[in-house]
Design a binder for this molecule. Sequence first.
Ligand SMILES: Cc1cc2nc3c(=O)[nH]c(=O)nc-3n(C[C@H](O)[C@H](O)[C@H](O)COP(=O)(O)OP(=O)(O)OC[C@H]3O[C@@H](n4cnc5c(N)ncnc54)[C@H](O)[C@@H]3O)c2cc1C
Length: 398
Amino acid sequence: MSDFNAAEASRCLLCKKPKCALQGCPVHTPVPECMALYRQGRIDEAAEMLFQNNPLSAITSLVCDWKQFCFGHCVLNVKQAPIHWYKVEQEISGEYLSRVILGRRDDSLLGKRIAIVGAGPAGIAAAVWLYQKSASVVLFDANPRMGGVLRYGIPAFRLDKALVDEYERILSVVEFRGGVEVESVAPLAAEYDAVIVCAGAEKPASLHIPGDSAAIQALPFLKDPSSYSLGRKVIVIGGGNVAMDACRTAQRLGAETWVYYRKTIENMPANPLEVEEAKADGVQFSVFQAPVEVRPGGVVFCDCENVVPEGGGRVVTRIIPGTEHFVECDTLITAISETPDFMLLSGAECGADGWPVVADNGLVSGFHGNVYLAGDFRLGPKTVVEAVASAKLVVDSL
Ligand SMILES: Cc1cc2nc3c(=O)[nH]c(=O)nc-3n(C[C@H](O)[C@H](O)[C@H](O)COP(=O)(O)OP(=O)(O)OC[C@H]3O[C@@H](n4cnc5c(N)ncnc54)[C@H](O)[C@@H]3O)c2cc1C
């Protein structure tokens, strides 16, 4: 128990209605209960409680945007001294993970054969809980190894891959079919009692400007950065966490790296801590810049400005006509957004927005009434903890 964490635990008010857990945390981590156990030195019991609630606790405690979740909802915020619960959680869950051995806890799903498509956080969490309920689980992934974005997206300087390896060890009790790209869920729905699709959101959005096919997409770049020859100067377009990981990775590979964004730094959807880390790594930022054309050797940008629409309303960012200017770069990386690839679900009923019609528990209309969605494939690009929470909704309904 570190001195800092012991002090934080003793400061925790052990709230009866903890906002950190009930409002702040998508997976409702039982913070006061675990804090109480931690204070008493019953750390394995706390760790077990955390793992059962969220098998990815060792990872979410590291990668969550805690200001948005637990820390940001602590009642001690009013005195500007919220509890660093995530640090206590890192200590409890990080050490415990290497000792987890999965067992059957009940036989509520005994005899059920369940296929999971995608071995990222949602698929991993679902596989853990389903195995504990005695289901027979087959986990498919297009990649050879488990982890999804945890292994193939978030860079190693932010997340120690040894933690991801632990899930391969823990889930060695289930059948993993790595390197298998599922083309359609329909045959699986016919073969298995239930199919849970946790295939993430990997389809990149395009810039939709002339020449944009010359750009590198951030996700393939992050999957294998050293296979790219970046040249001297890199421009990354985007302002989310994926853009931050891409720019920091390029910078660490030795390129002079710039992030271009059409609004302000404060408007960036990225975790502000990631933006600060990127700056500390030497990444440079240019704001109010919208790309309008990709040309050999660089990108044409226009300046942007914030304007209040005539008649009032929300401020909008618009391009200032006549401000085109060419910015040289050797490599352009785009990280503007990703969506799920619903080809996998062909045959499912979709709404007017093109997204499948999904019940609260993730059940998709169509097929045999046995196909469920979880994680980014259901929610669009979100976070690890939200992926786990959505997998829990599915498993609890089976
Ligand atoms: C670069 C990056 C950085 C991020 N940083 C953070 C962060 O710091 N904190 C945070 O909370 N969240 C972060 N996120 C978001 C978070 O990683 C995702 O929300 C989370 O991984 C979603 O989990 P998932 O299981 O739904 O999908 P994924 O992790 O995307 O896993 C989906 C899996 O499905 C597999 N798959 C896809 N299609 C098929 C198919 N047809 N057949 C078989 N397998 C298939 C894929 O190979 C993949 O392994 C980041 C995302 C990215 C891309």
